[in-house]
Ligand binder design. Sequence first.
Ligand code: UD2
Ligand code: MN
Length: 496
Amino acid sequence: MPEELRLQEESVERHQINIYLSDRISLHRRLPERRNPLCMEKKYENYDKFPTTSVIIAFYNEAWSTLLRTVYSVLETSPDMLLEEVILVDDYSDREHLKERLATELSSLPKVRLLRANKREGLVRARLLGASVAKGDVLTFLDCHCECHEGWLEPLLERIYEEESAVVCPVIDVITWDTFEYLGNAGEPQIGGFDWRLVFTWHVVPERERIRMKSPIDVIRSPTMAGGLFAVSKKYFEYLGSYDTGMEVWGGENIEFSFRIWQCGGSLEIHPCSHVGHVFPKKAPYSRNKALANSVRAAEVWMDEYKELYYHRNPHARLEPYGDVTDRRDLRIKLRCKDFRWFLDTVYPELHVPEDRPGFFGMLQNKGLKEYCFDYNPSSENQDFDHHVTLYHCHGMGQNQFFEYTSQNEIRYNTQQPESCVSVATGSDSLLMELCKDTPPEEQKFILQEDGSIFHVQTKKCVQAERKPLSDIFMPLLRDCTNSENQKWFFKERMA
Ligand code: UD2
Ligand code: MN
């Protein structure tokens, strides 16, 4: 057995997925039932009038078994009448098994076509290459390591039949990278959001949306999509300006497309009865350094003045060359799309919009220990600092050193979701991060005074920068107020 374990570890090292195991699981496995029981009672009237679909799967250096299992699962779960074709787009992979061997394997499969890019296009242009030859009424995009659950396609196509401007996503069930278990449950799916770094986030369905839905198996409106799995009318996709072809490799296109769908008159929805599994790798299997430029393009075209909130939290994004977005701005004008404010108010009212008052956001730097800034690592592996604010060399990169002082007297960490506020546990002298509240509780209130001191209202103490005895660790701690420089702080937007 140790030999087998070694092989598994090796394949995880190489693919970030346990391909050794995947290769030993059937390419035709049956998945456990993961739908809400109400879905099974659903009757599809007008079935014969549903649009047909082309399923488009772009891939780059994917492993054999995960790719083939994706293709077989589409063929084996999609009603013949609705499935026009499956288009695989090879984004200039260099792995041997994806050359002749793949072409041969696919040539025996009905409805399956294989296209090859002549250079590395990135997922946006690779998908568009597939779309350009698609014959179906609807384009259904999937990642190349998916497994479609029984009955996944009908709900998507029915919804687009009802409403052509609906872009519909399945529920994405998790297939684990180590054991290939198909997780997911029949409960309420989550919807997509984003944080001010423009990173995609998952959220529970908000109350207002639950009220709008007439049944638990109605479509759920979602501010954003994860990006990989969705169906869109081909005509509507073209009308909306398909994708931003200036986006390279990976990242950002899902947020850009989500903004565009909503702002330009469509809707983005998740259908609770459509389930598709996706293998989430252990970590990114290839370089994704183009994601930043892609996000900047999205911000520059769609976010109006709110793009500043993004730049404040990613100062380096301002320096990122992002190419020309003139065409995309023209598109926005041509389609008479609504502004970002409308999107925030109407589609995503749950997202807290920072105030970012000049002089009250950025690095929170100490005067005495000049090099040191507030630093918070929500996913810190160091248990001792779990949820604590520490001090670290100021890096000027925003992110985990970005704080905002609000007019409600909170010191807010609102770069990532969920948003947390600096707080103090009863009897403790250290600063703790806790979820922010609508009205800040006493322990989360700090007064940033003229002289730079930060006064904690509840304990009547001041925040002081200190080195922990016998260590290299620096922390902000509550102490009796003095006039010391270690109790003076100031916000700085970026490094000089
Ligand atoms: C998520 C999406 C993914 C995409 C991405 C943001 C899901 C489940 N996945 O990341 O579809 O929206 O966020 O960009 O929602 N690919 C190429 N050429 C490339 C790079 C990737 O063809 O240069 C293919 C890749 O083989 C895969 C798809 O594009 O089929 C998405 O890439 P991923 O699986 O690495 O992205 P993922 O799931 O981490
Ligand atoms: Mn993927």
